[in-house]
Write a protein that binds this ligand. Sequence first.
Ligand SMILES: [Zn+2]
Ligand SMILES: [Zn+2]
Length: 407
Amino acid sequence: MPEFNCDFHIHSKYSGGTSKDMELPLIARQAELKGLHVVGTGDALHPGWISHLKEHLIEEDGLYKTKASETRFIIQTEVEDDRRVHHVIMLPSIGAAEDLSSKLAKYSVNINSDGRPNVRLNGEQIVGYVKDEGGLAGPSHAFTPWTSLYKEYNSISDCYGSNLRHVSFLELGLSADTDMADRIHELQDVTFMSNSDCHSPWPQRLGREFNRISVEELSFSEIVKAIRHESGRKFTLNAGLNPREGKYHITACTRCYTKFRMTDAVKLKMRCPECRGLIKKGVADRIEELASEDSPRHPSHRPPYMHILPLAEVIALAMKINNPNSKKVKDAWDKLVSEFKTEINILLDEPTGNIAKANKDIAAVIDKLRRDEIHYDAGGGGKYGTPSLEKSKENYYSCGQKTLKDW
Ligand SMILES: [Zn+2]
Ligand SMILES: [Zn+2]
């Protein structure tokens, strides 16, 4: 069965804090350069975005494409429920999105103004509405401290109740991976998704996490089968940031980003002694609380999880340049992608011997990436972690004294 790279969760220009460049023709083109075959549309309940979808997209087997590109779009949105839990929603058509939007409108004050609307319904009710449209829903970035399932509940069933059997996926988010989430026994049957949740179309963001799926052909129903791991259709790979690069991996201050061990954070009543800012529990500590196993137990359907970096960050590491947005990095990126077709091909698949002929330093870093030998100064409190070729000491606040301790 052929394999396809899919990023099932993005946002449009109509969500808060997003780039005005988030329009379909550009997203489709950037997806080609990244090496993504399927991308979520984002924000499919928003009337302005629905008009944009109708203007640009042609339907094909429950997925959509623009005139100029083979990139497929899956109709997708995200909503925030009445307890500030986020849910990813995928739908079989633009018509289903319009229908769902009109049904949810009476529970939402901002469905016409915000790409990611707040809906005064609980998780169970939201899944009910989505199921009636022939769609799928599941938790977004399930472990993050502000707006996720596990910041609010200790069990997935507490959120979805009688509709839990209709929830077949969970999005890991940038600060978690399969090894972490497979310590929670109740998630054994759930498919883990690694999506970018991106707010801009550039390849450092779009597809920074993606899923590789094996299906007969690209259609909405085949994707649903893969998510439910039915009839041999399945996810064959999750690829995404090392959780240590995620913004909420370590428990840390949201103002000055000082990192804390959980026991110290509790002693300090979640107030930062450095700046009085709020300390937010990191995903690593939250999973430690939820874990039923000391080490991950992977079910047989679980694919490997590969830690990747955006190619621009790989190039910046190789060239010892701090800013991955610099012109030098951009020029090297253009050269490599024009030679080796897509960013994902370069990161995952192209033999590094071939890449070394173009640039041996970059090939060496890609070798390290594929062997999972990149180090990270971990992120937390809303600040991304930073990759590095050298192992550095992790700096934690400790009650009484500041100490340098090995991670
Ligand atoms: Zn979200
Ligand atoms: Zn602070």
